[in-house]
Design a binder for this molecule. Structure first.
Ligand SMILES: [Fe+2]
Length: 147
């Protein structure tokens, strides 16, 4: 089970890929200035002629907390709202999806303009949840909560 969501984005066209299995990591030489341990496949992810970017999930929002997912538990359901102040949901600026990781599982809800920036997930007896939200303009956001 992946302990975190690993998503790559093409900064040109917005294409997004999710890593499901890392396979074997290897030390990748990248010129002689630095090297890092990633998969061979990740080192070769190209879209629109450019290397795809591994998105780093932000957890602190300096601009009035519109992006950090707010997690609340209700019985065997978890609700994720983005954020403590509702994020815009216009065609130009919106939360495109919300995902939760828990135990050995992942769930994702895709959102559209006009939807509320929130989603609910049935998680059974799981007590530890990581929530991710993706804004088309401001990238990936994450928070974590225990029941
Ligand atoms: Fe945003």
């Amino acid at each position: 089970m992946m302990k975190e969501l690993l998503v790559y984005k093409c900064e040109v066209c917005g294409y997004i890929l999710e890593v499901i299995d890392l396979g074997k990591k290897k030390l990748i030489e990248n010129g002689n200035s630095f090297s890092r341990t990633i998969t061979v496949a990740d080192a070769k992810l190209i879209c629109c002629g450019k290397p795809m970017t591994l998105l780093q999930a932000n957890s602190v929002d300096a601009s009035n907390e519109k992006h950090v997912p707010v997690i609340s538990f209700n019985g065997d359901t978890v609700t994720v709202k983005v954020g403590s102040v509702n994020h815009p949901m216009t065609p130009e600026h919106l939360i495109k999806w919300i995902a939760v990781l828990y135990g050995d599982r992942i769930q994702r809800v895709e959102l559209e303009a006009g939807d509320s920036p929130e989603a609910s997930f049935h998680i059974g007896s799981e007590r530890n949840v990581k929530a991710y939200a993706y804004c088309n303009l401001h990238g990936l956001w994450m928070s974590q909560a225990n029941k």
